[in-house]
Design a protein around this ligand. Structure first.
Ligand SMILES: Nc1nc2c(ncn2[C@@H]2O[C@H](COP(=O)(O)OP(=O)(O)OP(=O)(O)O)[C@@H](O)[C@H]2O)c(=O)[nH]1
Length: 365
């Protein structure tokens, strides 16, 4: 039996992304609970000031003030925190939560001394629900909770059997709810991932579609090292209208699938069906790879797809490649695309079934 959905439900990468998303949504809830804690702790301190037993309870009041300060720091840090570090930050946050809430009840029992059997039940109910906020490091958080409960038992006038009874009951109930919640949230996340993947994928060829082009290309440009080049190739099937008109659209679809297969084997970093019979390939190149795709016409002649209405007698493609080296200025996706488009039309106008490359020099900003 697998106990922690975090270890088996999603891939490692997806799990990390999921935790970041979850922590972000828990951030506000966590802050609200901390504000409440601060409010209660301040009230107890003020009450103790009013009843003039502040100095009698000096240790307790000092702990209250320390927790108030710590909580305020956490709220401040939490608001400034970036998403990447939130995971680690949130763990510290969860520990503070456990301690603050335990202390709150301890404090409450000391002030009113009338928690009786209901006291530990409430304490356990609240505390056992805390790990729900943070889906990582569960075992450690449960351990902290148990230590806190022992503390509460020591400081409140309740029999050990009641505390243990409530502790085990609540752990079973909350553990079950948590397990279901873990599965539910991850199922939802998985469904979102699948929907996003579908929205970014071309149904016919299985390649990424235009929708995801901008983001993927910008991400690739951001990874470029100074010694590397980036190449964007725009590929257009020649005389495809004639193919459709004579062989029919279904046959045309089959050609698109075959073309996608050939392009997929070109070792590009990104392969996109840009729309209609246009494809885009993007790749980071080393200096010795600058003739990338120059034998693409040969690849199409090897896997002959007959097209008797083309002057070549088979399916061919015209390719325009834009190559940029980003030594000083950063090239943009738009600049690459415009240049590749120009080169592709040059390939069309000079006879089709060929590759035309041109360098892109980003304009001075
Ligand atoms: N079968 C099929 N055809 C498509 C699809 N999307 C676009 N097309 C067809 O692609 C053809 C594009 O034709 P044109 O833009 O005139 O280009 P072309 O005939 O290839 O001519 P050149 O590019 O000048 O060589 C049109 O007939 C569109 O109907 C598709 O998903 N399936």
């Amino acid at each position: 039996m697998k106990y922690f959905p975090s270890t088996f439900y999603l891939s490692r990468f997806a799990e990390k992304e999921f935790q970041i998303q979850l922590n972000k949504s828990s951030q506000r809830l966590a802050n609200t609970v901390l504000y409440l804690c601060i409010f209660f702790l301040l009230s107890f301190t003020v009450l103790s000031l009013e009843s003039e037993n502040f100095t009698d309870n000096l240790l307790i009041n000092s702990i209250r003030i320390v927790i108030i300060l710590l909580s305020s720091i956490f709220i401040f840090l939490n608001k400034r925190n970036n998403t990447e570090k939130l995971h680690i930050h949130f763990f510290g946050y969860a520990i503070l939560f456990c301690c603050t809430i335990s202390y709150l009840f301890w404090s409450f029992s000391l002030t009113h001394n009338e928690l009786k059997e209901g006291g530990p039940m409430l304490v356990v109910a609240v505390i056992t629900s805390i790990p729900m906020l943070h889906l990582g490091h569960k075992s450690l958080l449960w351990l902290i909770i148990c230590i806190n409960l022992i503390g509460i038992h020591v400081f409140t006038p309740v029999s050990i059997s009641w505390t243990l009874y409530f502790l085990f009951t609540m752990i079973i109930v909350m553990g079950y709810i948590q397990y279901q919640l873990d599965i539910l949230l991850r199922t939802q996340y998985k469904a979102e991932l699948i929907a996003a993947e579908r929205a970014n994928t071309d149904k016919l060829t299985g390649l990424y579609n235009r929708h995801s082009f901008e983001t993927k290309c910008s991400n690739l440009i951001a990874q470029l090292h100074p010694s590397q080049y980036i190449a964007l190739a725009m590929i257009d099937i020649d005389y495809f209208k004639k193919y459709n008109d004579n062989y029919g659209h279904l046959e045309g679809d089959r050609v698109l699938i075959k073309v996608a297969e050939i392009l997929n084997s070109c070792e590009a970093d990104i392969v996109i069906r840009f729309g209609g019979e246009e494809f885009i390939l993007v790749k980071i190149l080393q200096i010795d790879q600058l003739n990338w795709l120059h034998d693409l016409p040969k690849a199409f002649s090897n896997s002959t797809i007959p097209h008797q209405y083309s002057s070549f007698g088979r399916i061919t493609v015209s390719t325009g490649i834009a190559i940029a080296k980003t030594n000083e200025k950063i090239v943009t996706t738009k600049e690459l695309l415009t240049s590749a488009d120009e080169a592709m039309y040059q390939a069309k106008n000079t006879g089709r079934n060929r590759v035309v490359s041109q360098s892109v020099i980003p304009p001075k900003k």
